[in-house]
Design a protein around this ligand. Structure first.
Ligand code: MG
Ligand code: MG
Length: 252
């Protein structure tokens, strides 16, 4: 069981504030014609300016795997997460774009993502973004000591179902703080009262990935970008949160 001490929590709050500031700044630059590479450069520059380091750059899933080449994941439309922000990935009117960012501040990690519309976006795709937002809120409302990761997953999946969308099952939220990914896993589906019991001082990244059609996913040819199997679009929303004495605090 990994919990954070008061000093670590103080640092995570500061790092989370940097992340939130930079992610909002990057999101505000989203418009048709902007390249994913420009957003990535802005994110990296601003994180460093504020005293942090990007945690995704050169991240490897396992030793020997290829390193992630950027600071910001930019995942467009049918791309679910881990989108590589190339210069040739130009945002188009009507797209939705997921921006996922990780920060290291004084050695400690925070993680947050948001999906934003590009220009004029169809009603259905806006609903997808809304479903990701609302399902994260529903998951967060379950967070307090004594509850379980399964309670969070159940709430996320139930909310998504109301929209007739499906949550990704093969990727999960996670503990975070001393590394990009820590125990426990926080799935976006589950049974109430199952999984890991929440205790005060845990820091979790909770992150619904909501697909408009089926929940299945695949790797794109670049071996990083995760796409929906059926080509449907997907929206992602994530916060790093602290389990407090009687609930939660959003750190990002
Ligand atoms: Mg993330
Ligand atoms: Mg994450």
């Amino acid at each position: 069981m990994i919990t954070k001490d008061p000093n670590e929590i103080k640092i995570l709050r500061q790092g989370g504030k940097i992340l939130a500031t930079v992610l909002n700044m990057v999101a505000s630059k989203v418009k048709p014609g902007v390249s994913a590479a420009e957003l990535d450069e802005l994110a990296e520059t601003e994180i460093i300016k504020m005293g942090g380091k990007p945690s995704f750059k050169n991240y490897r899933s396992q030793v020997g795997d290829p390193a992630f080449p950027a600071s910001l994941c930019v995942s467009r439309n049918n791309e679910v997460v881990h989108g590589v922000p190339g210069k040739d990935k130009i945002l188009q009117d009507g797209d939705i774009v997921g921006l996922d960012l990780g920060v290291i501040y004084q050695g400690l990690y925070t993680d947050s993502a948001i999906t934003v519309p590009v220009g004029n976006v169809s009603e259905k795709k806006l609903k997808l973004i809304e479903a990701a937002e609302r399902s994260l809120e529903a998951g967060l409302s379950e967070v307090k000591p004594g509850k379980f990761t399964g309670d969070i997953g159940f709430a996320i999946e139930s909310t998504t179902k109301k929209y007739n969308f499906q949550v990704v099952r093969e990727l999960v939220g996670h503990g975070v703080g001393k590394a990009v990914h820590e125990e426990p896993e926080v799935p976006c589906f589950g049974k109430k009262g199952t999984g890991t019991k929440l205790v005060q001082g845990m820091v979790l990244a909770i992150e619904p990935m909501v697909n408009e059609n089926g929940w299945k996913i695949n790797f794109a040819p670049d071996n990083w970008t995760i796409v929906t199997e059926d080509g449907g679009w997907s929206a992602h929303r994530e916060h790093t949160i602290l389990v407090t004495e009687d609930g939660f605090e959003i750190l990002t």
